[in-house]
Design a protein around this ligand. Structure first.
Ligand code: NI
Length: 159
């Protein structure tokens, strides 16, 4: 198990555009393993390469249904709309409401370079959209329509 430091929104490199993965080798597998370890340790549901300082188009997601790794992903279809709460490991303690598609179709590669297509909805679709945005240097705070106030955060804590 190896934890990596999480890049925060205060660091300019979080806003960089990531480059495609070219080699599906042990270096990539170590990165993916470390990203998952770092995400679980921080109690997150997703993390992108840029968030551990690696500007490659990779992210991992686990919303409690198992880990999925996405390499060189493309969202190829989306439909519907959902409004809900998001946070980010790069913006600790902050939460905001973000409108996302209710359903997405994403094409990506697994760690061995094998292509796959996934259809996701609800919170999984939200997590995928959030992480995919990181690959282009975007964070949820760019598109939130309401950041939770201290008072709202306190209420959320009590729930
Ligand atoms: Ni994030």
């Amino acid at each position: 198990m190896a934890l990596r430091n999480i890049v925060t929104e205060k660091e300019a490199r979080l806003r960089k555009v990531s480059r495609p993965v070219e080699k599906f080798d042990e270096r990539l597998w170590t990165l993916l393993d470390d990203m998952a370890d770092t995400m679980y340790e921080a109690d997150g549901v997703g993390i992108a390469g840029v968030q551990v300082g690696v500007l490659r188009r990779v992210f991992v997601v686990d919303i409690g249904e198992g880990l999925t790794e996405f390499i060189n992903p493309t969202i190829t279809a989306q439909s519907g709309e959902q409004d809900g709460l998001e946070g980010c490991l790069s913006s600790p303690g902050e939460y905001g409401l973000v409108v996302r598609p209710e359903k997405v179709t994403i094409e990506a590669y697994d760690r061995h370079g094998k292509p796959f297509t996934l259809e996701a909805e609800g919170f999984m679709a939200r997590a995928i959209c959030h992480e995919n945005d990181h690959l282009d240097g975007h964070i949820f705070k760019d598109i939130t329509h309401h950041m939770l106030t201290d008072e709202e955060l306190r209420k959320l804590d009590e729930e």
